[in-house]
Design a protein around this ligand. Structure first.
Ligand SMILES: [Zn+2]
Ligand SMILES: [Zn+2]
Length: 306
């Protein structure tokens, strides 16, 4: 496979959307088990990546890099009522609003720190003006500077791609878009069960968009297949996501494509969730030893295309 005359060799990328409470603050009824799983899941993921010496791209919500705030953010253009939750029900939950301790450990582990906006703003939302987008990017960059971080990559909250002109203006070089054409409703569950059993996740090819940004699209969300379908598929042939991921890693090693997996720390709600991720990261590390597979950050994968 060649892109713009540059040979592309096989690589695996892991990206992590790290947000603690911010992934849910705008929802009328945040899912408690996931909200509460974010901190421990973050530490568990760091442990897993460290165990196998695997780098990942951590897309961290900028607000987590603050020590404190007034809960108002009057200087930041925002949708009406955007910061209400941190002044009301999460007023006494700094553990959901701040994460300096976690960010520091992540930076120390040589992962890539990417942007996930300052307050988990959905850039594809029509209420989000170019001014809001630019202000979110600037606030996140300011917060990251405390950790010596200059961003290359952005992951759009809820994968809602938008305001790429502002993203390019702010100096970013790459982003993660979304999986192609998700089905909906009952058809979606059936399609996922079929995909899980046939185990052919897609390889992706990073491409340069009209703003000069490299899109490193996702291949597989590691927790997009839960509930009854996970149970059915697991009974048939073991954890279907582990099987899919191994299949994708094999193909990355054999073919020269990019296989990009992503997840949130708060997806690790139970021990079996952590075992899934451990098995996948371990397998990628084994293929790196055995086949010379590359395990790259988003910025590294993008740099080869630019
Ligand atoms: Zn705040
Ligand atoms: Zn998110």
């Amino acid at each position: 496979m060649y892109a713009r005359g540059v040979p592309v060799v096989g690589a695996v990328v892991f990206s992590v959307d790290a947000e603690l409470g911010w992934g849910f603050h705008d929802l009328p009824d945040p899912p408690t088990p996931r909200v509460e799983a974010g901190r421990e899941g973050w530490l568990t993921l760091l442990d897993i990546f460290d165990r196998y010496d695997v780098p990942a791209t951590w897309a961290v919500v900028g607000h987590l890099m603050l020590d404190s705030c007034d809960g108002v953010h009057a200087d930041l253009p925002a949708i009406d009522g955007w910061f209400d939750r941190e002044r009301t029900s999460w007023r006494d939950r700094p553990d959901l609003r701040f994460g300096v301790d976690l960010v520091r450990q992540t930076v120390d582990d040589d992962h890539e720190i990417a942007c996930h906006t300052f307050s988990h703003v959905r850039f594809g939302d029509p209420r989000v003006t170019p001014e809001i987008a630019a202000a979110e990017l600037a606030a996140a960059s300011d917060a990251a500077q405390r950790f010596g971080v200059e961003y290359d990559s952005i992951v759009f909250p809820r994968n809602a791609v938008g305001h790429r002109d502002r993203v390019a203006d702010a100096g970013f070089t790459c982003y993660r878009s979304r999986e192609s054409a998700p089905a909906t409703g009952a058809g979606r569950a059936a399609a996922k069960l079929r995909d899980a059993l046939t185990a052919r996740p897609s390889m992706v090819e990073p491409t340069v968009d009209e703003y000069g940004l490299v899109d490193v699209p996702p291949s597989l969300f590691l927790f997009g297949f839960e509930g009854w379908a996970r149970t059915v598929a697991t009974a048939i042939g073991g954890d279907p996501i582990v099987r899919q991921a191994r299949n994708g890693i094999d193909r990355a090693a054999e073919t020269d494509g990019v296989f990009h997996m992503w997840l949130h720390p708060n997806n690790l709600c139970t021990p079996r969730d952590a075992r899934r991720v451990d098995a996948i990261v371990e397998y990628a590390a084994q293929c790196r030893e055995r086949d010379g597979l590359r395990i790259e950050t988003m910025a590294e994968a993008a740099a080869r295309v630019r």
